[in-house]
Structures are given as C-alpha cells and as structure tokens.
Design a protein around this ligand. Sequence first.
Ligand code: ADP
Ligand code: MG
Length: 594
Amino acid sequence: MNQRLPKILKLEQHVADLIAAGEVVEKPASVVKELLENGVDAGAGVITVEIAGGGMKYIRVTDNGIGIAPEEAETAFLRHATSKLSDARGLEAIGTLGFRGEALAAIAAVSRVTMQTRQKESAEGIEIALEAGKVLKKSPVGCPEGTTIIIRDLFFNTPARLKFMKSDRAEGSAVAAVVTRLALSRPDISVRFIKDKKQEYHTPGDSRIDSAIYSLLGREVESGLISAATSDDTVNVKGYVSKPSAARGNRGYQFFFVNGRTVKSQLLQTALEQAYRNILPGGRFPSCVLYIESGLNTVDVNVHPAKTEIKFVSDKQFYDGVYYAALGALDKYQRQGEGSLVSPPLSAPVNASVPVSQANRPPVSAPMRVAEPRQIYKRQPENYPAGKELAHTAGATLTPATPSLLSPEPYRVIGETMTMYIIVEQGENVLFIDKHAAHERIHFDALRKKNHKPMSEALLTPIICRLGHEDTAVLLESAEFLDDLGFTAESFGEDCVAVRYIPAEISIDDVEQTLAEICEKLRQSGVAETEKRDSIYKTIACKAAIKAGRSSSQNELEKLAEKVMCGEVTHCPHGRPIVYKLTKTTLDKNLGRV
Ligand code: ADP
Ligand code: MG
C-alpha cells in the first residue's frame, strides 16, 4: 500500500516540445502549412515550396519576407516564442496567421532543420541548424533577403508517429492541397510548388482571384464559376460560386477564407448548399472560392492547434453572407442565361455586390429536378373515388409485407406500373414490389459476400475523374478495396484519377459521382471499418440498381419477383420495406362491397 506515483516534476523542455509537436505537426502537410503561414505573416510577395518523398524526406519553403534578426534566430525555435502577440488582449483580434508561437519549436523537435534568414537592412544573414530541437550550428551566411527553411527527415526521432504516415504519394497530395488553399487565400502572393523536382503550380501573384483559380484548379473549374458578392455592415463576402451545371459529386472544391485564413466550417458549407437546394439534385455539390472579411473581433481563431477551425461571434451574419452571396450570383446567372466570369481584383472594392434585400428572392427554375415519377403520382388520385376512402386506402390497410406475410402459394407476375412497382398476384392478394429497392438489396447482399468477385468492364478509353487532391489521395490509398468493388483507378496528375475498369452494372455517366461518394465515405473518421464498407456497398448497389422510371423486361421482373417472393430480400439496404400487400378485403371495403 505504500506504492506511490512518482514525484511531480516539470517536464523537460524537450519532452514538452515533443508532446506539443504531436498536436501541431501531424504530417508533412501540417509542416508546410505552418511554414507557408510564416512566410505570409512575414509579408512575402513570393513563396516557393519544394518537397521530395512526399515531404517526409525533404521540405523547403523560401520566402522574400522581412526575415529574422541574427540574434533572434534561435529564439524563434523556442516554444511559445512569437513576435505576433505580446499580451492576452492581442488574442481578441488576431490579424496574423500565426500567433501561438509553437510551430517552429514543434517542427524542430521532430526533424532536422536548417534555416537561413536575412533582414533587408543587414549585410549578411544567419544560418542555424537544429536536430531534434537542439541547436547544432549557428553562423553568419550570405543569403538573399527573406527566409529559407529546410526540413529533413521528419519524425526521424518519433518512430510511433512515423508509422502513421501514408505513402509518399498520399502525403504529397496532402501537401499539394495545403499549398492550393494557401495560394488561393492570397492571390496577391506568387506561390510556386515543386514536387520531386517538377513544378506543379505557379500562381502569378497578380491579385486576381481568377488567375489564382486558373493556375491552381485548372481551366475547367475556373470556367464553371460565376462571381458572387454581398455585404452588410459586419460581413463582406466576395469570390466565386459554381454554376449549377458545374456542380460536382463531392465537396472537394469548396474553399472558404475568413479574414485571409483558410477555414473548415460546417456553417458556411451549409449556407452555400442551401442556396442551391432547389437547383441541385441530391449527391451534387456546389464549389466555391469565397473570401469573407469581417472585423477581427467577430471571429475566434484560437479553437484548434492547427488553426483551421473557427468560431463566429454571430453565426447568422456569416451564414447569411455566404447564403445571399451565392443566391444573388445564381439568380443573376439564371436571369442572364449566361455566366460571365467578371474578375474583381482582390484589392479593389467589391463592385459586383448584391444588396441582401435584392438577393433575397427564391432562385429561379429548377432545371435538374426529376419530375416524372411525381407527376404520375399526382394524376393517380383522380381515378379513385372520393377523398375519405382514398385516405383510408393509403393508410392503415396497406401493410408492408414482412416474410411472414409472404406465403409459399404460387404467384403470377402481372407486370409493372409507374415504371417503379412490380405487380404480383397471389391468391386473393396483390403485391407491389419496389423494383429499385429489391434490385438494390440483391446487389448489396452480393457485394457483402466474402468471396464476391465483381464483374468488371474494361473501358476502351479511360475515364479521367477530377476528384481534387484529397480525394485522389484517398482513392489511391484504397486501390485494393476499389478493386474488390470492380474499379481500377490509377493516378493521373495531382488531382485526377484515370479509371480503366468499372463494375459492369454501373453506367459510365455515374462513375465520377460514384467515386466521389466513395471518397466521401472513406474519408469519414470515427466510423468503424465495416460500417464504412457497408455504406460504400450501399452506394454501389444503389447506382447499379435499375432506376425507377425505366421499364424492365418481363424476364427481369420475374427474376426480381422470385427473390422477393421466396423471402430472400425483404428490406432495401436503407431499411425501407420492399413489398406492399393489398388484400381483397381492403379492395372490397373500399369499393363498398362489404
Ligand atoms: P508564430 O507564427 O505562431 O508566431 P512560429 O513558431 O511559427 O510562431 O514562429 C515564431 C516566430 O519566428 C514568429 O513569430 C516570427 O517572428 C518568426 N518567424 C518564423 N518564420 C518566419 C519567416 N519566414 N520570416 C520571418 N519571421 C519568421
Ligand atoms: Mg507560425
């Protein structure tokens, strides 16, 4: 019983740094993010990022900013050393990207660092080299104005972390995504990204949002955008949102910047998507590059060590800003019937601004809505007797058929109705089978079987899917799993994959969206692996299943009916019942025969 916990001691600086490093420096992309932000905070107009081996082996970030004084070079690597914040009051209104004074210390703790830096007024600069946080060397050096930091062998002294790293390709893609976001956030800075000696991007730094978008995301994305802007006394929004026709199967191209900082925000994402809710069908997402400016004291950026999350003092004002900016842009685009990409320079006042009151009007037409099945429904009640009985019929007496309701009696497939339901007669009952749901279930069960061999179809010309960096990386990481599904996808540039085989039952038009949906699911964190797989199987099954609205051959109907009638499938993968039974008693009652 005299066992005690060891004495409480203050952690050695080195150990404390290692612990903090775990929060700030998660992977090469987080190193690059911090170094880029330091370049921006130093007022650089030109920044170059170079990586090799996915950033695990080598990262170089060079900026032409203000540099660091020789006597401060070592201090910069101390934990909580920052020139950007001097007292707690400063935390209320942070105007720089960095402020926690943690990044350099954290990075140095887990790598080999060399920094060369020179301030404008100094004749010579200083070079400092560190390994695992310890200074190895400090000496004067001749170097250009600004700062170059080279990081080698990231996590060489933290083998546990090293194990979590993905392939060089995946880590490299994550770095590319970080560079893209930062370069988009500041079209006034020329950003160059070199990967394994090859230049991947180069933005001109001419302050034009459209040239940054073009350089980073490509012509196709740029031409699918329309300018959007709105402002009130607190929040000023400008940038671009996508034309409805340029919607994508994922959210990979939704970029939000708040006061120059790239942020992830569910609130802003919802605001954007709400503006499209009557325009886009489910599973299609708008893209955007939106710059939101607001007083520094209206946001709290100090909620996460990586500073990507943000809290708004007034959610509503930010929500409205994004919502009305998008709504106004869509409204204008649809009234004009065309979308000219007017490019306001970042530094200019907002000229395409739409006053909130004017934008607050429901979006015009809904071109992509699938109206067909609904129209059939609407016409149907007219053929029925008066309202009361109809309500009765549609309600309690129509019972979902569970296996116990299905009898082994012989049955006859009469045909289909509404290009949606198979009509089966069995004894004195009529059964309605949801064709799509049944088919979906059969597929889902097949995919779930352990030794399921997918039927793949080779494509003569591969389909190139532009999924964005993150999704591309995610997909390539899961190549084996995709193979099990019947897809073969290869890397095709930074943010695209080339698809050479697809599951036989998936239509070519659905490939990109299906892959995007798969990525979205693969990316989900906190979800058990089997649950993820099931959810992906559902996606595939749904895409492969015969669509409602397409009529099927008698043979097809018979086959589906057979699986249902033998009780093999009862509910679709989403849990909806597949069969409804209409009994003679119900019919008799409703037609006044009893
Ligand atoms: P923070 O950015 O949060 O202040 P960092 O650890 O990233 O913390 O950097 C510490 C300090 O080092 C900064 O406050 C800044 O004064 C200096 N510094 C870092 N990188 C650069 C750079 N590229 N140019 C000029 N100064 C820099
Ligand atoms: Mg910093």
